[in-house]
Design a protein around this ligand. Structure first.
Ligand code: UDX
Length: 448
């Protein structure tokens, strides 16, 4: 293939890489998706998404049909493009620190492929990496493997993403900012130009920083959001011991103060997902390497871990000892509209329930196949929410799926053995569920 000026390659067809590639292609930018997983590449070539994300499937199909997106496991095709995004995974090691093996390998292979390239090529680190990775890890590996001078014939930037699962495509199309961390003007301007083509008149605010600042922005963003969730869960735990107090009203009132803001103040069973826990652990670990102990971040994580116990305490308040009790868990995904169960609060709650001798029957509209891989035979899986409730001693709503909102008092009364309901997601208006034994995170009921 001849080099195509202005075209883009993306190494790592995981969640971020795939959504980013589909979005570029949807704006007419030729994009090559690269991954070592052949099955994944096969699916993408057929225009099928290897993971669930609203809008992604149809976007991929269009992009592949129009030949704007191609997929390959041959990294040398990156050299046919002008810019390469690295979007490979950066998992945690056992001690919580970040594992950069994928980044190192992809950089080295890309550098080797770039050896023979005559024209300028920009490499962009989009994976979440601890401050210093772009300059201290990627830069020397790229320079050595490509035999080129970084900053002149090969450019380098850090450019974090802020996509949420379930809204990743619209987050990519309408971000609140773009952060570009670069050491030299050419790298920064080349990437800015690509985004100008992508967003046209709607180019969001572009914040130009050093690579280290850009890398820290991503961690600061996730750490702050996770801290907001742990903060409101702390208030919820206080609120639920005070009859007549509702944390949702507290959140609504404090959220009106622009210094606080209304988002990420929904009390619940604790945060999950692929980013918050992993990134907080990496940031804590990184801070410690700098001889700083980040007490606040530890408390955010500790509060989140403890929140599962708070949910189980609510169950025990209604049912008494859990031994031999049949507990229906509605929702396994870490939030609605995804099949992702990574770090999901449901898993922490189920582990505690099983430890206390309960029988668990679980249902989720999308996440059962993933949950089955992790939980195996330890829990029963139901075919729908109604069968999960049959004969149960208590039901816990763990994920805020819209279909669970439709369950009314009469459904719980008709199906359950004993109508005990714990609303861990604040899906229901407590006033409408008075005929049940009802408890909810952050809702202070009258002492019985
Ligand atoms: C997050 C960040 O939002 C995103 O910017 C980053 O790039 C990746 O990590 P995601 O993991 O998809 O995105 O989920 P998000 O919507 O942020 O929710 C994370 C967790 O917090 C979920 O378990 C959610 O249920 C929980 N949460 C969120 C609350 O419990 N209360 C809230 O008010 C908000």
């Amino acid at each position: 293939m001849k080099p195509r000026p202005g075209s883009v390659s993306v190494i790592g067809m995981g969640y971020v890489g795939l959504c980013t590639s589909a979005a570029f292609a949807s704006k007419g930018i030729r994009t090559v998706g690269i991954d070592i997983d052949e099955k994944r590449i096969d699916l993408i070539q057929q225009g099928r998404a290897p993971l669930y994300e609203p809008q992604l499937d149809s976007m991929l199909k269009k992009a592949v049909t129009k030949k704007l997106l191609t997929a390959t496991n041959d990294i040398s095709h990156a050299t046919d493009t002008s810019l390469t995004f690295l979007t490979v995974g950066t998992p945690s090691r056992k001690d919580g620190s970040i594992d950069l093996t994928n980044i190192e390998r992809a950089t080295e292979e890309l550098g080797t492929a770039l050896r023979e390239k005559q024209s300028y090529h920009l490499v962009i680190v989009k994976s979440t990496v601890i401050p210093g990775t772009t300059n201290k890890t990627v830069n020397p590996i790229l320079a050595k493997s490509s035999s080129k001078t970084i900053g002149t014939s090969v450019g380098l930037c850090a450019n974090p993403e802020f996509l949420k699962e379930g809204t990743a495509i619209s987050d990519t199309l309408h971000p609140d900012k773009i952060v570009i961390g670069a050491n030299d003007k050419k790298s920064a301007n080349t990437l800015k130009q690509l985004y100008r083509r992508f967003y046209g008149k709607n180019l969001p605010t572009v914040i130009l920083t050093s690579p280290e600042t850009a890398e820290l922005v991503k961690y600061a963003s996730n750490a702050f959001l996770a801290t907001k969730v742990s903060f409101i869960n702390t208030i919820a735990n206080i609120a639920q011991s005070i009859p007549g107090v509702d944390v949702n009203q507290v959140a609504e009132a404090i959220g009106r103060d622009p210094r606080i803001g209304s988002l990420f103040l929904k009390a619940g069973p604790g945060y999950g997902g692929s980013c918050f826990h992993k990134d907080l652990q990496a940031l804590i670990n990184f801070s410690e390497d700098l001889s700083y102990s980040p007490i606040l971040l530890r408390a955010t994580e500790g509060t989140n871990e403890q929140q599962a116990e708070k949910v189980v305490e609510l169950v025990e308040k209604l049912t008494g000892p859990l031994d031999q009790k049949r507990i229906a868990v509605l929702g396994l995904a870490f939030k609605k509209d995804t099949d992702d169960i990574r770090e999901a609060a449901s898993l922490r709650v189920i582990t505690l329930l099983l430890k206390k001798g309960a029988q668990v029957i679980a249902y989720d509209p999308l996440a059962i196949p993933n949950a089955r891989k992790q939980l195996g035979e330890t829990v029963e899986f139901a075919k729908d929410e109604h069968s999960a409730l049959k004969g149960a001693d208590c039901c816990i709503v763990m994920t805020e799926w819209s279909q669970f909102e439709k369950l009314q008092t009469k459904d719980y009364l008709a199906l359950m053995g004993t109508p005990n309901l714990v609303d861990a997601r604040r899906l229901y208006n407590p006033n409408e569920y008075g005929a049940l034994n009802f408890a909810a995170v952050g809702f202070g009921t009258q002492q019985q």
